[in-house]
Every structure is written in structure tokens, then in C-alpha cells.
Design a binder for this molecule. Structure first.
Ligand code: SAM
Length: 249
């Protein structure tokens, strides 16, 4: 999969590509990633990419011409890519959107700055708008990096055998179970015995109940988005029968 980030701050984005799983995915040829500096397509000595908004008001707006030229260049290099504007007004990025984007050949990620981009860019050159949440950032670069990161780890064979995206939070509709590593005792707090028992069935059952409990406490809304599975109902009935002991514990 190919990622191209269109930005006036490529120096923010490029170091991010040099670390961790994203870097390894690039080295292994699972993804390619580059940036295009929108300023390179601006006219004049000062290479200005913004201008005052028509109708007045505060702030500046990204000029359409440099953006249009930068998008054209990116499309030339990666014609099968979808052009996505990072925007607080876009659809909210989540696991399902990440999976959808992971099935594409490439993404051109357009990063706004200032008060945003000229509307004629949005209406004619943008295929999709994505927001990383209901708050406003100063620019789209962090959002683009979040999209690259979350999408990359969903691509086949990117995570390797040491971790698996299908066991992550949200994949099965639940949050991931509690996790422990050495030492066995830390600050008088012991790792649950079952995880040291070597009994795979008991360990799996404990992890499932841990996932259920965490989801119920931290994100009960996740249970409302789908019908409960029979295994989940069994656990809830078991907890219901033992609720006094559970509350006491
Ligand atoms: N004035 C715009 C508005 O109220 O909708 C916000 C512009 S924001 C200061 C500048 C740029 O940051 C946006 O064009 C967008 O690219 C990026 N940005 C800000 N918040 C974002 C978010 N929640 N998700 C994705 N991108 C965001």
C-alpha cells in the first residue's frame, strides 16, 4: 500500500516513518510512504500557500492553486490512490474506517493548516474527508500519521507473529484482556495464578472474562452496537449468579 502525505510541513511527517512497525513495513516492502511539500507548488518568491478569506473573518485559508498542483503531482505518481482530506468535519476515524482504508491500493493524505482549505479543493479533488475526533488540531499532519499507523498495522503480515491485530481491542467487539509480564510480583501485586498454570483452556476463559469485564466497566456502549454472543450471555449469567461474591472481591 502506498501513502503520500501532502503537507507544508514534511519535516513533521518524515521522522515518523523511521520508527517501529511503520519503518519495518517500509523496509519489508509492505508499504511505501513519502511526502509532497505543498509549498513547492506555490508561486512567487515567498511561496505563499495561504490567503485571507473572502467575506472577511479571522485566520487564513489554504490557497487552491498550490494544493491542486500538489494533488495532481501525487495522483500522477500514485494514480490508484484515494485522495483523503484530514478534516475535523470528516467522518470519524475508527477501526471500521481503518479496515476499509487498509483494503485500498493507496492514500493521498491532504493535510490542512490555518483555517482549512479552499472549498473548491474539497468539492472537486477530494474523495473522502476523515476526522480523528471531535476536536480541532492546528494541522492535519498528526491525523495523517494516525491514519498511516492504524492502517499499516492492519495490513497482512505487517505485525508478524509476535502480535496479532485480530486480538486487539474492538476486533471482536470487546476490549483486549488484562496483560502481565515479568516479574510475577510487582509492588505486592501478583500475576493471576491462572496465567502461570500452563492450562490453555483456563487461560483462554480467564482472558475472555477479563475482556468482558473491562468492556463492561470502560466501554459499555460497545455492547449496544451488536447482539450478544452466546458465550457472552453465559458469562453474564454466571456473573449474575455470583454477583455478591464478585462485588465483595
Ligand atoms: N477552521 C476549521 C474548522 O473549524 O473546521 C479547522 C481548521 S484546523 C485549525 C486546520 C487543519 O487541521 C484542518 O484543515 C485539518 O486538516 C486539520 N485538522 C484539525 N482538526 C482535525 C481533526 N479532528 N481531524 C483531522 N484533521 C484535523
Amino acid at each position: 500500500m502506498n501513502f503520500t502525505v501532502l503537507t507544508i510541513f514534511p519535516e513533521m511527517v518524515m521522522p515518523f516513518l523511521e520508527h517501529g512497525i511503520v519503518r519495518r513495513a517500509i523496509e519489508q516492502g509492505k508499504i511505501s510512504a513519502s511526502s509532497i511539500n505543498i509549498r513547492d507548488f506555490a508561486e512567487g518568491k515567498h511561496k505563499v500557500t495561504d490567503d485571507r478569506p473572502f467575506g472577511g473573518g479571522c485566520g487564513m485559508v489554504m490557497k487552491p492553486e498550490p494544493l491542486a498542483k500538489a494533488i495532481a503531482e501525487a495522483k500522477d505518481k500514485s494514480p490508484a490512490s484515494k485522495t483523503v482530506l484530514l478534516s475535523p468535519q470528516g467522518r470519524t476515524f475508527n477501526r471500521d474506517v481503518a479496515r476499509e482504508l487498509a483494503s485500498l491500493k493507496g492514500l493521498l493524505l491532504v493535510c490542512g493548516r490555518y483555517e482549512g482549505v479552499d472549498e473548491r479543493i474539497c468539492s472537486s479533488l477530494i474523495d473522502d474527508e476523515i476526522s480523528i475526533g471531535d476536536y480541532v488540531l492546528t494541522g492535519g499532519e498528526l491525523a495523517a500519521m494516525i491514519v498511516i499507523d492504524a492502517v499499516t498495522r492492519l495490513l497482512p503480515d505487517v505485525l508478524g507473529c509476535e502480535s496479532s491485530a485480530c486480538e486487539d481491542s474492538f476486533e471482536s467487539g470487546l476490549l483486549k484482556h488484562a496483560q502481565y509480564t515479568r516479574p510475577r510480583i510487582f509492588n505486592d501485586d501478583k500475576v493471576p495464578d491462572v496465567l502461570l498454570s500452563g492450562d490453555h483452556t483456563k487461560t483462554e476463559n480467564w482472558r475472555f472474562e477479563s475482556s468482558m469485564m473491562r468492556t463492561l466497566i470502560k466501554r459499555p456502549d460497545l455492547f449496544k452496537t451488536r447482539p450478544l454472543e452466546s458465550r457472552e450471555i453465559e458469562v453474564l449469567i454466571k456473573w449474575g449468579e455470583n454477583i455478591k461474591e464478585i462485588l465483595h472481591a
